[in-house]
Write a protein that binds this ligand. Structure first.
Ligand SMILES: CC(C)(COP(=O)(O)OP(=O)(O)OC[C@H]1O[C@@H](n2cnc3c(N)ncnc32)[C@H](O)[C@@H]1OP(=O)(O)O)[C@@H](O)C(=O)NCCC(=O)NCCS
Length: 247
C-alpha cells in the first residue's frame, strides 16, 4: 500500500499543519512544526532556572532578539523538509517514502479544551557533536566526517536537544515525545541507527528520558566544559538501533 510522503504524520484538517499526537494519557499533547509566533513563547521557558541550568546551547539571559534569530531558522528548516516531501509526491506519485535529513515536527504543544494550543517545549535532532572525543583535533575531524555523510546514511551519528516547561515536568511527556519521534520518524524516515546523548552530571530526569528510550549510560567525561562560569562534567549515553530492538 502506498502512503503520502508525510506518512505517518497526521494533518490538522482546519490548518493543514502536520503533527504527531502523544499516546494516552498525554494525548492532549501534540508535536508540530515551529511557527513564527513561537518567538514570544520560547523566551520565558528558556529563562526559567528549571530549564536553562541544564542547557549549554541557548544563551542566558535569553532575549526576544535571540528568539527572533532562532525561530526563523527552524521554521525554514522544517519547511524545507515538508517542501522536499511535497515535491517528491508530485514527481513520483505513489513512490517509496523518501529519506530526509531532519524531522519536520519538533515543537511540543498542549491542546486546550477549546482547541487552541500552548507551546510547552522543543525536541530537535542534530548531527552528533562527539563531546566524549577528548582530543580536539580528532573531535573536529569526526564531526566534519559525520556532517559530510549523505542524507539517509545509516552510519550518521545523531544527537537530540530537548527541553520542556517546568509546569509540565514529570508527566512522562518528554519520554513519550522522544519515543514517538524516534519510532515514527527518525528510524524509518531519517534512517537513524546510532545516537549519542550528553547531559550535565546531576540531570537525572534527562538521563532517564534517554534510558527509557533504549540508551545505555557509558560513564562520565570531563572534556573541560565550563558553562556560565561553572565546570560541567557530562554523562555519556549511547543508543544503537540493533541493541535497542533486542533490549
Ligand atoms: C529533562 C526533561 C526534558 C525531562 O522531561 P519530562 O517530561 O519531565 O520527563 P519524563 O516525565 O518523561 O520523565 C522521565 C523520567 O525522569 C524522571 N525525572 C523527571 N524529572 C526528574 C527530576 N527532576 N529528577 C529526577 N528524576 C526526574 C521521571 O521520574 C521519569 O523516570 P521514571 O519513569 O523512572 O520515573 C525536563 O526535565 C527538562 O526540560 N529539563 C530541563 C532541560 C533539560 O534538562 N534538557 C535536556 C538537556 S540534556
Amino acid at each position: 500500500m502506498s502512503h503520502s510522503q508525510l506518512y505517518p504524520l497526521e494533518i490538522n484538517s482546519a490548518t493543514g499543519e502536520p503533527f504527531f499526537r502523544l499516546p494516552s494519557p498525554n494525548d492532549n499533547i501534540i508535536i508540530t512544526p515551529p511557527r513564527a509566533k513561537d518567538e514570544q513563547a520560547v523566551v520565558p521557558i528558556l529563562n526559567d532556572p528549571g530549564v536553562y541550568q541544564w542547557l549549554e546551547g541557548p544563551p542566558f539571559p535569553y532575549t526576544p532578539e535571540h528568539a527572533a534569530s532562532w525561530i526563523p531558522l527552524i521554521v525554514n528548516a522544517a519547511k524545507a523538509v515538508l517542501d522536499e516531501l511535497k515535491e517528491e509526491e508530485c514527481v513520483n506519485p505513489g513512490g517509496p517514502l523518501k529519506a530526509v535529513g531532519d524531522c519536520p515536527v519538533r515543537m511540543i504543544r498542549e491542546v486546550k479544551k477549546d482547541g487552541t494550543d500552548v507551546y510547552i517545549g522543543d525536541i530537535g535532532f542534530r548531527r552528533c557533536l562527539y563531546e566524549d572525543v577528548l582530543d580536539p583535533k580528532e573531535r573536529k575531524e569526526v564531526i566534519a566526517a559525520n556532517d559530510r555523510k549523505e542524507v539517509g546514511d545509516p552510519t550518521i551519528c545523531w544527537s537530540i536537544g530537548n527541553y520542556l516547561a517546568p509546569s509540565h515536568h514529570g508527566r512522562g511527556i518528554m519520554s513519550m515525545a522522544f519515543g514517538l519521534l524516534l519510532g515514527a520518524w527518525a528510524i524509518p524516515r531519517m534512517k537513524v541507527r546510532s545516537m549519542r546523548g550528553y547531559t550535565f552530571v546531576g540531570n537525572t530526569g534527562s538521563v532517564r528520558v534517554f534510558e527509557k528510550n533504549g540508551y545505555i549510560l557509558k560513564g562520565i567525561v570531563d572534556n573541560g566544559k565550563v558553562v556560565r562560569g561553572e565546570k560541567k562534567l557530562l554523562n555519556v549515553l549511547y543508543w544503537n538501533y540493533q541493541e535497542s530492538k533486542s533490549s
